[in-house]
Design a protein around this ligand. Structure first.
Ligand code: GRG
Length: 302
């Protein structure tokens, strides 16, 4: 499928990249494997209509660093497997106990808890298998690939998303605390977003100053993404979000609005987005999608 040039239309860019990722994932999981119910459980969540924002950020960072995003489509798509596993496990009764995700009943509601746990385990493991298989790509250096895999293992694991989720679990019903909130948001949500961007840049062999700039961009949009998510949980609609709103308050979760109020949270999100765009000011026009994605975050309704 030909990759379109940047036309200045962020919605068209997101749609085009999402379609590439969707197609890749559909083909990847099309052969039958045993037992079929495991495949059904995996593909149920994987094809439930996620925005694919993390793979898209990986591709966009690769392009911003002069890479060709076609070279890393498999690598970028594998990040969606990690993200989907995290959502399946997050929805389990032992964690957030949610009934609705991406507008559909959660995985365990359809396939049972055991199969939902295994679908998550399978997705996480397969993601790293997919990444390692990118070794066959002539345009990607093996050293860069190993660094990129390490980046995802670090940001998705105990030092990143899993660590943040653990702190989130420990902090339910706890006294609101700004430092803990910042730790949870930066790790649970920010780390994988930042890791996706950094991996895309690393795979393009980008130099240290550019990688530092991409990291600052990632840390800022990563936190902004979660602050906006907190706001949407109060102001968004269940229909648009595809998940039940108001759940943070019901579960007495520490969120930006619960500690800083809605107005300050909105302002904080705007500041973080401005900071992100500033961090990549020295990049060429090839970073325009990254700039526009950051701005687009402020408008998102789902
Ligand atoms: C289970 C280890 C483990 C971690 C779970 C991702 C996560 C950590 C929990 C999900 C709950 C939550 C609200 C997390 C914040 C991150 C977030 C906003 C996830 C939703 O991501 P989107 O908006 O979802 O990219 P789609 O459906 O578009 O893929």
């Amino acid at each position: 499928m030909p990759i379109l040039d940047w036309t200045g239309d962020i919605k068209a860019y997101l749609k085009e990249k999402k379609e590439l990722i969707d197609l890749f994932l559909k083909e990847y999981f099309s052969p039958n494997f045993i037992p079929p119910v495991l495949k059904d459980s995996i593909t149920y969540s994987l094809s439930a209509g996620g925005k694919r924002i993390r793979p898209i950020l990986c591709l966009a960072a690769h392009e911003a660093c002069d890479g060709d995003s076609e070279d890393i489509l498999a690598f970028a798509s594998s990040i969606e497997l990690i993200h989907t596993y995290s959502l399946i496990h997050d929805d389990l009764p032992a964690m957030d106990n949610d009934d609705l995700r991406r507008g559909k009943p959660t995985n365990h509601k359809v396939f049972g808890e055991g199969m939902a746990i295994l679908a998550g385990d399978g997705l996480l493991t397969e993601a790293f298998y997919m990444m390692a298989n990118s070794l066959s790509n002539r345009n990607i250096k093996n050293t860069a690939l190993i660094r990129a895999i390490k980046e995802l293992a670090f940001t998705a694991g105990i030092n990143g998303m899993v660590g943040g989720q653990a702190q989130d679990l420990l902090s339910e019903n706890a006294e609101p605390d700004k430092e803990t909130l910042s730790f949870i948001h930066r790790h649970k949500t920010g780390a994988l977003i930042s890791g996706s961007l950094r991996a895309g840049a690393i795979l393009a062999n980008c130099g240290k100053p550019s990688l530092n700039a991409i990291t600052r961009y990632g840390e800022n949009i990563g936190l902004a993404f979660q602050v906006i998510d907190d706001i949407l949980d109060i102001e968004g609609s269940t229909d648009e979000l595809g998940k039940t709103t108001g759940s943070d308050a019901r579960k007495k979760k520490m969120t930006y609005p619960s500690i800083y109020g809605l107005e300050s949270s909105r302002k904080k999100a705007e500041e973080l987005i401005a900071e992100a765009v500033f961090a990549i000011k020295d990049f060429s026009g090839k970073a325009e999608p990254l700039r526009e994605i950051a701005r687009y975050f402020l408008e998102r309704k789902s």
